[in-house]
Structures are given as C-alpha cells and as structure tokens.
Design a protein around this ligand. Structure first.
Ligand code: MN
Length: 321
C-alpha cells in the first residue's frame, strides 16, 4: 500500500477562497468535489482504498488564505484550519497525516505556525499555494521562514495557483488556463526563482516538493545548466542549476499517470526523489493505482516511489503492507 501526499480537503472557513479559484466544471461535478473535500469519513477512506493508499497526507484545497489581503485574518484562519485538520488526523492516525496551511503574508507568523504545526500538531511539513498576492518565496522577506523550515527539517510542497497577472501569452486562449498549462509554468517558474535567487545555497538542506511530475522541470536540467552558463551576469550560484534540482527538489506523480514523464523524472532526479500521489478528489484514484502498479519500472523502484521515499522524506513510521 502507498503513501500519497497531494490529497486535499476543505474546511467551512476556507470554502469561499476555493470557490473563487476552482476551474469551471459542471454544477454536478462541483457539488461532488465539495462533498469529497469536506468529508473525512467513509467516502475519503474508500477512495484511498481504491487508490491503494494506506496513508494520505492531507492539505487544504487551494488557494486558501494565501489570497486573503488582510494578514491578520489570514493568520487566524490558517490556525483554525490547522487545528481542524489536527483533530481529524488524530481521529485516524492510521490513515491520515497533515501538511500545515500557512499565512505567508507574514513570514514570521508563518514560521511560528509551521513550528506549532510540526511540534504540537504532529504535521509532517507544509503546503503553500504559489505566490502570495504576487510575492514569491524568493523574496528576501522569507529568509527567516527558510531558516526555520530547514531547522525543522520538514518538506514544503509548492502547489499550483493562478497567476497574479495573466501572462500575455495566455490571453485569448482560455483552454490553456489553470491546470491544463497555466499552473505548470507558474509553479515551475516559482521553483526556479528560488534556485536562481540562491535560496538553496543559503539553505542547502531545504526539501521542496512539486506535484504533476515536477511541472516539466525534470526535462530541463541540461538546458538550464547550458543556458545559465551562457548568459552573462546575474546572481552567482555555487553550483550549476541541475545540482539543486537533483538535491533540493522532490516531485510527485499527482495528475500525471504516464510512464514517459515518470521515467524521465526518475532518470533526471534519481529514484529517491519521485513520490506517488493522486490529487484527491480532482484525479481518479483507480487510474492512479493502476498506473503505478503497471508502470515500466522495477518493483524495487515501485516500492520507493509508492511509499519508501515518502516515509523517508517525512520520517514517517514504516507501515505494513
Ligand atoms: Mn492539487
């Protein structure tokens, strides 16, 4: 049985943020998604069973408080959401773990809430939803946050979110918006901003997780090294970009049930840096299970992707079967 770590839920105080950002789907699909997100009972457990998931690391379905303009409101709601999640996780410790939801509007408060979530609530890391009102995590204001995250030795999952300003290249082509393509470039760019700002030189033990098989980054190592060396100027890095991609980046298989990107990610980043996930309730649990069970990889690698890498990254107790 596998561990999955892009598995979402929602709490009443954050539903409005979700409704505003949700991709356009039919009213029936919308109502079904909300019911699946709100429940922690039989519906979720049976989807996990169908997906071959023994343990789901739960996270708020974005964007959550990150789009809240008032930092004090965001801080309060994030704490509420984390407390509610902790209650559910403690009720089903055998099946659930938690990622903290953080108000990144206030980096010091976010660092404190991360520490509370890990030390007091027993969470195994945090998830942020892209930029915070246009501010990315390479901004110097986040240095104290990174310092705390490295000291706590927990991973940060950077989940996609809408662009702050829609890129001109996407104007007039609504088919490319949100998960189809917009979120991919938005999120891979976010990781590269951290890399080129030298965040991983200053905090070499940071562990960043990206979903969707790394948002295309595993394809790009050679070209990033080549062009970064070719372009004159810019901020100096201690190593070529590929070194940080192999060291500080972990990717999940969420919403990418295809052998070609799986094998590319394993080859580019190493077999310890690819982790199974589903993206409940937006992706089909049965499809994800069949994909990982039949992917053209060895059973030893399948075990690593399925659960051993996640258990190591989040220092989870190894689970039976
Ligand atoms: Mn997701």
């Amino acid at each position: 049985m596998n561990i999955a770590l892009e598995e979402h839920f929602i709490v009443p105080c954050l539903v409005d943020y979700l409704e505003k950002a949700m991709p356009k789907v039919s009213p029936a699909a919308h109502d079904k998604l909300l019911a699946e997100l709100a429940g922690f009972g039989e519906m979720r457990i049976s989807a996990m069973d169908a997906g071959g998931v023994s343990l789901a690391v739960l996270s708020i379905s974005g964007p959550g408080v990150q789009v809240e303009p008032d930092a004090a409101v965001a801080i309060k709601l994030a704490q509420q959401a984390n407390d509610l999640l902790a209650t559910e996780v403690h009720r089903r410790r055998d099946r659930y773990a938690g990622f903290a939801h953080l108000a990144m509007q206030d980096p010091a408060a976010a660092a404190d809430e991360l520490e509370r979530s890990v030390r007091d609530l027993g969470f195994v890391g945090a998830m942020v939803n892209g930029h915070t009102n246009g501010i990315y995590l390479d901004d110097p204001r986040y240095e104290p946050f990174w310092e705390r995250m490295q000291a706590l030795d927990v991973p940060l999952y950077i989940h996609p979110a809408d662009s702050y300003v829609l890129p001109y290249a996407l104007k007039g082509c609504d088919e490319l918006l949100k998960p189809t393509w917009e979120w991919t470039t938005e999120t891979s760019t976010h990781f590269l901003r951290l890399l080129f700002a030298g965040v991983f030189d200053r905090y070499p033990r940071l562990k960043i997780i990206l979903g969707h098989m790394g948002e295309t980054l595993p394809f790009m190592l050679w070209r990033l090294d080549s062009r970064a060396a070719f372009i004159y100027g810019g901020r100096p890095l201690a190593q070529p970009p590929s070194v940080y991609l192999k060291r500080n980046l972990y990717v999940t298989t969420s919403g990418q049930c295809s052998d070609v990107p799986l094998i590319a990610a394993l080859t580019a980043l190493g077999e310890d840096h690819v982790l199974f996930s589903i993206d409940y309730p937006y992706e089909d649990s049965g499809v994800a299970r069949r994909f990982i069970e039949t992917a053209r990889i060895s059973n030893a690698v399948r075990d690593k992707v399925g659960r051993l890498n996640a258990a190591g990254l989040m220092r989870l107790p190894r689970r039976r079967g």
